[in-house]
Design a protein around this ligand. Structure first.
Ligand SMILES: Cc1ncc(COP(=O)(O)O)c(C=O)c1O
Length: 421
């Protein structure tokens, strides 16, 4: 057997115990010592060892990693050290070191997403990044914006507020759960554009179904009409491999506490350089030129230990390898969806074509309301998911992570088949 470089003692208690009607929120799991497994291990062994870097509650199988992806212990330990550093130094850190650390973190992030640093800032999450764009543009009465019913609710609310405040007109498209082609989706957005359209919002991945949209083709089409595109990429960075610049969007927003597993409260905003002067900061800060993206990055006193841990989180992703991670996540999703896709009484709201989804998928059993299905999965099968009940999308969202095992997904499949009968 191959000699392993990891420490043997890190066997964590991941055996499931019966769901006793409640989850012990007060009892913290005890971390041990961790080193990274040898990345040249064959895939099955490698992912088994990666699982041991995560402290997993034995009370339930966590298939709700779409909310955020909690940290492997290696990143968590770096984070705790950074919390201690800041706490020891107090304002001395903020006054003498914070700006330099933040610039380093920004550069590391820009390199990771392969964008010029002059077009990237750190924010606290996708919501903030999207607000900087949606609320930072100069809207005039009658200006139009295009979006989808399947977009994230908060972003739709932001546009609704701009409609009330400035008299803009919002137009919605309806994305099919099972599109025949990219062109079908591009045509939907194109039909909503008029000479008054100023901005088009599109998700890179629809969070409720896991569908990946043809963003580059949508940008090319929108630009032919002079329409700017803001991409809600909350779930995309470090989930699957893509070249952000090659998407040709004007603005791109992402939450780094999702698939990059940065501690909570980390986001990215990319603004293609020609668009920087047209944005008003949410929190103005004098001292930066109109075309300097840093004018958008002010946020007051903030949890700087999150930024300080960004490089560690990126190093962990690079160690996993984005191609290997993407392949694993897609494999996990297809492993369970393939087993239930053609079963009577089960509906999948996620496309079957491999390139149209990655880790996230949505499953519906029409005889149950989504909230009922979520409850039954937790209480009878100890499987933690989230119910989605939106126009055209009803079901539970299922999101495995790199630590998810096939045995866990087998339990999901068995539960779905039993419930559909
Ligand atoms: C598509 C999409 N956009 C935006 C967000 C908001 O992310 P955050 O709460 O990190 O700002 C989410 C969160 O799940 C999302 O799924």
């Amino acid at each position: 057997m191959r000699k392993r470089q990891f420490i043997k003692q890190i066997t964590l208690g991941t055996m499931l115990v019966p769901f006793a009607g409640g989850i012990n929120h007060a009892k913290a799991l005890k971390p041990k010592s961790y080193t990274l497994p040898d990345s040249s291990l064959p895939d099955d062994e490698f992912w088994e060892e990666i699982r041991k870097l995560y402290l997993l509650k034995p009370d339930y199988i966590n298939l709700e990693n779409g909310y955020y992806c909690f940290l492997p212990q290696t990143t968590l330990q770096a984070y705790i050290e950074n919390v201690n550093r800041v706490n020891e130094q107090g304002s001395f850190y903020f006054r003498t070191q914070m700006d330099a650390d933040r610039q380093t973190a920004r550069q590391v992030l820009a390199d990771f997403v392969r964008c010029p640093v002059e077009e990237v800032i750190l924010t606290r999450n996708t919501t903030e990044s999207m607000a900087i764009v949606i609320q930072g543009l100069d809207w005039k009465p009658g200006d139009e914006a295009v979006m989808a019913h399947q977009d994230y609710g908060t972003m739709l609310d932001m546009f609704a507020q701009q409609a009330k405040r400035y008299g803009i007109v919002n137009k919605w498209v309806n994305i099919p759960n099972h599109p025949q082609s990219d062109e079908e989706i591009v045509a939907l957005y194109e039909q909503a554009i008029t000479p008054k359209t100023k901005l088009l919002m599109v998700c890179h991945i629809i969070n409720i179904t896991g569908q990946i949209l043809p963003v580059r083709k949508i940008c090319e089409m929108a630009h032919r009409y002079g329409v700017k595109v803001v991409v809600d990429g909350a779930h995309a960075v470090a989930h699957f491999d893509f070249d952000l610049k090659a998407l040709q969007c004007d603005f791109y927003a992402c939450s780094l506490h999702k698939w990059l597993s940065v501690p909570l409260g980390a986001g990215l905003l990319y603004v293609q350089r020609d668009n920087i002067p047209s944005l008003w900061p949410l929190m103005p800060l004098s001292g930066f030129a109109d075309d300097d993206i840093r004018k958008l990055a002010h946020r007051g006193t903030a949890p700087v230990h999150v930024d300080m841990t960004l490089a560690q989180a990126i190093a962990f992703q690079q160690y996993l390898g984005i191609a290997r991670k993407e392949a694993r996540l897609r494999f996990l999703q297809q492993y369970w969806t393939a087993q239930v896709r053609n079963i009577e009484g089960i509906v999948l709201n996620t496309p079957a074509q491999a390139e149209r989804a990655c880790a996230i998928a949505n499953v519906h059993i029409p005889k149950f309301k989504p909230a009922e299905l979520q409850k039954i999965l937790l209480e009878q099968y100890r499987i933690w998911t989230v119910a989605i009940d939106r126009v055209g999308v009803q079901g539970c969202r299922i999101t495995p992570q790199v630590y998810t095992t096939l045995a866990e997904l087998d339990q999901l499949v068995a539960a779905l088949i039993a419930l559909a009968k």
